[in-house]
Design a binder for this molecule. Structure first.
Ligand code: ADP
Ligand code: MG
Length: 250
């Protein structure tokens, strides 16, 4: 889907914890329908960037627009898939209930989820191929399955933009492939996806845009323009574990 209005537009986005800026002066336009990888070394501000887009952390200065609207006016349009390590997996809740949580913003406070909500949850679980697990406790799933349930919650919400923080961390290769397939299908349906990723070797295959972050936005564009030796050595210094394995772009 081609559109002139970017899915996400930031201008001079700056976030500090205490006195130290974690993110400094980030201005970028993420086109609608893009599958964006957010890369950068540990502590570069990748998670902070995602949280700032969601309004989970306070901005020092700067602005975030979602689909042409100030972020506060576009709340339901963006969904956040949390980093696995930030979720309490012992919480007694089923797969179906997690997916249904995506509907809460759409259900009036005086009403319980109804048939329509359950149908939406079932459809979202189908989209991530988790329909056979709806009564399972969320803690009794593999990492990749949990990730897909949280993607279902996001889809169920009717979001047009998904923000994912390291969805591939700690999952096996088969699961990584399954999650990637879900991301690609979502993009085919016109969704915009912004994904924090730590593996330089797979990034050029997975993403059509790369945002390279180290406190500031170092570069944003197609992988072959951003993942250059010069930019990577500037950003990663000694930490270039994936780089030697990275294939040369065609
Ligand atoms: P990344 O996701 O790229 O590893 P983060 O966005 O988590 O980086 O963190 C960026 C910087 O902000 C790091 O120096 C980190 O230690 C710091 N930071 C992150 N969250 C907090 C917090 N809640 N309080 C204080 N400092 C934080
Ligand atoms: Mg992080």
């Amino acid at each position: 889907m081609v559109s002139d209005t970017p899915a996400i537009r930031t201008r001079h986005l700056t976030v500090s914890y205490g006195l130290r800026p974690a993110l400094l002066d980030v201005s970028l336009d993420i086109p609608t329908g893009a599958l964006v990888g957010v890369l950068g070394p540990n502590g570069a501000g990748k998670s902070t960037f995602i949280k700032a887009l969601m309004g989970f952390v306070k901005k020092d200065v700067g602005s975030v627009e979602i689909l042409g609207l100030p972020a506060e006016k576009a709340k339901g349009r963006v969904a956040y898939v949390p980093q696995r390590s930030s979720v309490d997996w012992d919480f007694p809740i089923t797969v179906e209930e997690v997916a249904l949580m995506g509907r809460y913003g759409l259900i009036p406070w005086y009403r319980n989820p109804g048939k329509k909500d359950r149908e939406a949850a079932a459809k979202a679980l189908q989209a991530v191929r988790m329909e056979g697990f709806s009564k399972r406790q969320i803690g009794a799933l593999s990492g990749g399955q949990q990730q897909r349930v949280f993607m279902a919650r996001a889809l169920c919400q009717g979001a047009r933009i998904l923000l994912l923080d390291e969805p591939f961390a700690g999952v096996d290769a088969v699961t990584e492939r399954a999650i990637l397939d879900v991301l690609r299908e979502a993009r085919q349906q016109g969704l915009t996806l912004v994904v924090v990723h730590h593996d330089l070797a797979t990034a050029p295959d997975y993403f059509d845009h790369i945002a390279l972050i180290k406190q500031r936005l170092v570069a944003f564009g197609p992988p072959e323009e951003v993942l250059t030796e010069a930019l990577l050595s500037e950003v990663y210094e000694g930490q270039m574990q994936g780089f030697a394995r990275m294939r040369t772009p065609p």
